[in-house]
Design a protein around this ligand. Structure first.
Ligand code: PLP
Length: 477
């Protein structure tokens, strides 16, 4: 299996060659040159597999340059009950991603039982083990530099902690995250994890990361890399739970289902699109946005019109507050019949701050054939959904999952079982839960009192030279 760029001008690469990188050299995103197909016989054989065995079956179609025994061992180490048992006490952790049925035909797929209580652990934990394996083979090291306002940074740190050959330098806005989020990250005492609290906002931290990454000589000398959401390893790991959720919600492989996905950077739902392209019987993919509705607008009107960062709203489902959906280009590449020149044309407009529109072209008819639906949710909707779920089913959901449920229930095609992806646990978003229900969410036992643990964090002004000096002092060259 080789990987090609959505912009059509980069050499084909293997899975391990693109694993540690980011964008393709032509500025595009990597995708398989053709999606591997899953036969009916395979679907039947996969139906009762454990999560780890299913993950191996799916991922061995993508990571073809990793010896099977090695891949199997990495996956077996990753998807264990021990790692994914931080959720509700009444969950069946042996399933890794248990299905919670609210009523016949309406389900929540639990993806947030990992160490940081968000679905990003599902892919990031695998990435940590894959990185360690690949670096070991190449006798290489990697220094991951990133900026976070919460979920991604903590998922990356919990995945990379204690890993050979890897250091993490994670910037976060000083004093701007919740006490729980701060405790989650800053209480890590591992030698290879460096938390840096920047006196400024998230955008200041992000700008510092960009400045260091644009200094190509410094970046090469210090082996700087990233783990952002366009990483193909992350997307591929997310394909697995669409299969797992499908099997859990159906009795036979003749049935179709709908998935509803709280979306930001289009990474999660892109994995669903690929699962469907492989042959999983998904009748409908429902995309949910919050007030930042750039993707909902595209699926309703055919116009993709990213907003500037100064037109991004801060909402109560903050992990979906995006202005540009970094993985969306992967779907558009398929939509335009894998025409790299067309993608280049569209993104030359997007990268210049503009937009593109497919309404009056054949691509619009093509889009309808993909069976997407979309909708948006507001702060009011979110609180209402959290309250209704609590009152009707005694189930507490986080604000992002609430957005997915609201839009999923509204948009699903009658007759299709609905599987809503749970992207975080309510314990991460205490304030909004208190606003909706007048009570605090339960916290997994292991995380009780986490705010009282000693913290390790470097406070720094938003100054690139200071950051470089800090990294240099911790990276032997
Ligand atoms: C990252 C995240 C999302 C958005 O997922 P994408 O893959 O960026 O679409 C939604 N909810 C939560 C809780 C997240 O952390």
């Amino acid at each position: 299996m080789k990987y090609i760029s959505t912009r059509g001008n980069a050499p084909a690469r293997t899975f391990t060659e693109i694993l540690l990188g980011g964008l393709a050299p032509d500025g595009g995103l990597y995708l398989p040159e053709a999606y591997p197909q899953v036969t009916r016989a395979e679907l039947d054989a996969w139906r009762n597999l454990s999560y780890a065995d299913l993950a191996f079956a799916v991922l061995s179609k993508f990571a073809t340059d990793i010896p099977a025994a090695d891949l199997q061992a990495i996956i077996a180490r990753t998807y264990t009950e021990k790692v994914y048992s931080n959720g509700r006490e009444d969950s069946d952790f042996t399933q890794i991603t248990p299905l919670r049925t609210l009523e016949p035909g309406v389900h929540i797929l639990e993806l947030s039982n990992g160490p940081t209580l968000a679905f990003k652990d599902m892919a990031m934990q695998l990435l940590g083990n894959l990185f360690e394996y690949a670096l070991d083979k190449q006798h290489a090291e990697l220094n991951i530099l990133g900026a976070t306002s919460g979920d991604t940074g903590s998922a990356a740190e919990y995945a990379m902690r204690g890993k050979r050959g890897i250091r993490v330098f994670m910037l976060s806005p000083n004093g701007k995250m919740s006490a729980f989020q701060r405790a989650q990250m800053y209480s890590l005492q591992d030698e290879n994890i460096h938390n840096i609290a920047i006196n400024g906002f998230f955008d200041d931290a992000q700008d510092m990361v960009k400045a260091v990454s644009n200094d190509h000589a410094y970046k090469a000398a210090h082996k700087i890399g990233t783990v952002n959401s366009i990483n193909w390893g992350r997307v591929s790991a997310q394909i697995v739970y669409y299969f797992k959720g499908y099997f859990a919600a159906t009795k036979s492989n003749d049935e179709q289902v709908a998935f509803s996905v709280p979306s930001g950077n289009f990474g999660n739902i892109c994995a669903g699109h690929i699962a469907r392209m492989m042959g999983l019987p998904i009748g409908q993919l429902i995309l949910a946005t919050n007030e930042n509705d750039v993707l909902d607008e595209f699926f309703r009107t055919g116009s993709y019109r990213p907003r500037g960062t100064d037109h991004t709203y801060q909402t109560s489902s903050p992990s979906m507050d995006i202005s540009k959906a970094s993985n969306f280009e992967r779907f558009v590449y398929d939509l335009v019949g894998r025409d790299g020149a067309k993608v280049r044309e569209f993104w030359s407009r997007v990268d210049a701050g503009g937009a593109f529109d497919i309404k009056d072209s054949d691509y619009w008819d093509e889009l309808l054939r993909y069976n997407f639906a979309s909708g948006k949710s507001s702060h009011y909707d979110r609180l209402k959904t959290i309250r209704e779920l609590w009152e009707e089913y005694g189930v507490m959901v986080d604000p992002h999952t609430a957005d997915g449920l609201k839009v999923g229930l509204e948009q699903r095609r009658p007759g299709l079982p609905l599987i809503c992806l749970e992207t975080a646990l309510p314990a991460k978003f205490e304030e909004t839960i208190v606003e909706a229900l007048g009570r605090k969410p339960e916290r997994p036992v292991a995380l009780e009192g986490i705010e009282n643990l000693p913290q390790k964090v470097e406070v720094m002004d938003a100054d690139v030279a200071t950051l470089k000096a800090f990294i240099s002092a911790h990276v032997p060259i």
